[in-house]
Design a protein around this ligand. Structure first.
Ligand code: FMN
Length: 306
């Protein structure tokens, strides 16, 4: 959906991380996470884990699934993940990480990329060093989230560290962290990084990719009540087709929390949506909210094509 509302502006889609333990033990949920649609290409599928054999086998499964890229997660701060050696813990074990990258790169034909954080904590910032190590081990791109593991998602992302990694390596570096609009994107432009990755900002404003690609001076924003309803109605259809009514009701509630933030009567809408237990109800609440922005239901139907 992000690609469809930002024609030509999204270069790469990356999946959420998939456990190599799950994948290599034939866990159904993990296998289902390998699915993607043709429109999502080029797509990078991200895996996380510690065991070298399992990382290799999971990367082969990613390649067999048809992904263009396999990405290794070294950024996840969640205790359940780092306790088992995965995610950001790999930044504390750069020798082991280099072995993983080398082994996986030797086992698949598609490019292997790595996502890292600034370091474990403030006193052990090692992203430039880890960047050099994974580049020598065969990584073709590095994505850097400028926070430490200890910071989790608190404080501000440090784009200076993104810059430092780009200066330390010869492969492209993609910066990540806190870009939500044109002015916050300035950190990316100043960093000298090859690419920009947007996470939470895209959940708040799915049109952000077009807005940024239109240039620094344009002030057009596509984010408004009608656009949000249009997006959510299409999202409902996608989610229903993918995981049925119950799953879709929950997902719509999640995404609505971000996309309606700051919009007119958004808080009241979210409150009503909380109590919705069917998609029919969800659609009705959405349309009611949207009709306030345009007046008549007919006019609304014309404008959002329902
Ligand atoms: C709910 C949530 C889930 C995330 N899942 C992943 C993930 O699976 N893999 C990953 O590399 N980063 C993941 N991230 C981190 C983001 O990719 C990104 O680096 C971070 O949120 C900072 O960028 P942002 O401010 O644009 O969101 C996640 C972040 C959030 C908030």
């Amino acid at each position: 959906m992000i690609k469809s509302v930002n024609p030509g502006a999204v270069g790469l889609v990356v999946t959420e991380f998939i456990s190599v333990e799950g994948l290599t033990r034939n866990n159904v949920k993990s296998q289902l996470m390998l699915r993607f649609k043709e429109v999502e290409r080029p797509i990078s599928i991200q895996i996380f884990g510690y065991d070298i054999e399992r990382m290799i086998n999971a990367a082969k499964m990613v390649e067999d699934a048809g992904a263009e890229i396999v990405d290794i997660n070294c950024g996840c701060p969640v205790p359940k993940v780092v306790r088992r050696g995965g995610g950001c813990e790999l930044m504390r074990q750069p020798d082991h990480l280099a072995r993983i990258v080398e082994s996986v790169s030797g086992a698949v034909k598609i490019p292997v990329t790595v996502k890292i954080r600034a370091g474990w904590d403030e006193s052990s910032i090692n992203a430039p060093d880890v960047g050099r190590r994974v580049e020598s081990a065969g990584a073709k791109l590095i994505a850097v989230h400028g926070r430490t593991r200890v910071q989790m998602y608190r404080g501000e992302a440090d784009w200076g560290i993104v810059s430092a990694v780009q200066s330390a390596v010869h492969i492209p570096v993609v910066g990540s962290g806190d870009v939500v609009d044109r002015s916050s994107a300035q950190r990316f432009y100043d960093s000298g990084a090859a690419g920009l990755m947007i996470g939470r900002g895209a959940m708040y404003n799915p049109w952000i990719f077009s807005e940024l690609s239109e240039g620094k001076t344009s002030s057009i924003s596509r984010r408004n009540e009608l656009a949000a309803v249009d997006f959510l109605l299409k999202y409902i259809d996608e989610a229903e087709a993918d995981e049925g009514e119950r799953g879709a009701v929950t997902r719509v509630k999640q995404i609505s929390g971000h996309i309606t933030r700051g919009l007119r009567d958004g808080a009241e809408f979210r409150n009503r949506l909380c109590h919705s237990s069917s998609l029919q109800q969800t659609r009705a609440i959405l349309l009611e909210w949207a009709s306030r922005s345009v007046g008549s239901g007919e006019e609304l139907g014309e404008r959002i094509g329902v």
